[in-house]
Design a protein around this ligand. Structure first.
Ligand code: FE2
Length: 292
């Protein structure tokens, strides 16, 4: 139990394994809209991930959008507020494939970075079929990183480029370590490259590393993979139908494990901006203007 559980009457609050909180209703099927969003937002900022499980499910995207609006201003995309994450018939980008998705932060190519992601599981892929959403608490990781490594990582800047084949793309330039916009705590902003041996990965981003000799890049990638996937701050969320997950996109990195082709995985996602909205420091200004 957390000290903030008192602000959420009628629910049980417990810690998830590596990060975040599990919030369950005392009686199954309770309407999640009855929970006080101010208290939930405070918990999400403090614990970085909330899993609401066992509550009544939203009927459709309009209900999810309306609830997300109570969290803050919604970040709109060309497709609207709700991204329907479902395997496409003929995907052009890995997001709509059934492949794994490397760790990244959302909005990295957009004019603004959302503070929260609100996920709703419409349909789970089913036991043993993969399709977990992966999360790394980068603040916790960096708090446990030794000084010499931290200093070395602090000098690194990464340039990312990816063709826009679905709803995102362009160029982003970011230091590896960036202060959290609200707390100034050190966070990692990193889009892990897809595995070199995975020929089937769709729409592979390009990476350019500055601040270290080129011959040291392969060792850095290995080091960052091990650090971000350390079970002390890395969590793979196996979806159950009706799950609501709120994730702190300022602090966490996230991705996905591969899933069985045609498994019935359907997740809806809405982005909520911070207050004030965070202008994307990784987006070059000339591309910001284009992307508006
Ligand atoms: Fe994402």
């Amino acid at each position: 139990m957390t000290d903030l559980a008192v602000d959420l009457p009628g629910v049980t609050v417990s810690n998830l394994e590596a990060l975040g909180l599990l919030i369950e209703p005392a009686a199954p099927g309770q309407d999640p809209r009855r929970l006080p969003v101010d208290a939930l937002r405070e918990l999400a900022r403090r614990h970085h991930l909330l899993l609401l499980r066992g509550f009544a499910s939203f009927a459709g995207p309009a209900e999810l959008t309306a609830w997300s609006e109570s969290w803050g201003e919604i970040m709109m995309w060309p497709f609207g507020a709700v991204l329907e994450l479902i395997e496409a018939e003929a995907p052009a980008d890995h997001i709509f494939d059934h492949s794994y998705v490397p760790l990244h932060w959302d909005g990295m190519y957009r004019p603004y970075i959302p503070e929260f992601q609100v996920f709703h599981c419409v349909s789970a892929p089913g036991g043993g079929q993969g399709g977990a959403t992966t999360f790394c608490d980068s603040a916790k990781l960096l708090a446990h990183t030794d000084g010499a490594t931290f200093d070395r990582w602090s000098r690194i800047e990464v340039t990312y480029r990816i063709p826009n084949l679905s709803h995102y793309g362009g160029k982003a330039v970011s230091p590896l370590i960036v202060p959290h916009p609200r707390t100034s705590e050190a966070t990692l902003r990193y889009n892990e490259p897809p595995r070199a041996d995975d020929d089937s990965f769709l729409n592979r981003p390009e990476h350019e590393f500055a601040g270290l000799p080129a011959e040291e890049v392969p060792a850095l990638l290995t080091e960052l993979h091990a650090a971000t996937h350390d079970p002390r701050w890395y969590y793979e969320h196996s979806w159950q139908q009706g799950d609501l997950v709120i994730a702190d996109n300022y602090t966490l990195l996230h991705g996905r494990t591969a899933f069985t082709h045609r498994a019935p995985r359907h997740i809806r996602r809405v982005h909520v901006l911070g207050e004030p909205p965070l202008r994307n420091p990784a987006s070059p200004s000339e591309e910001r203007a284009e992307n508006r």
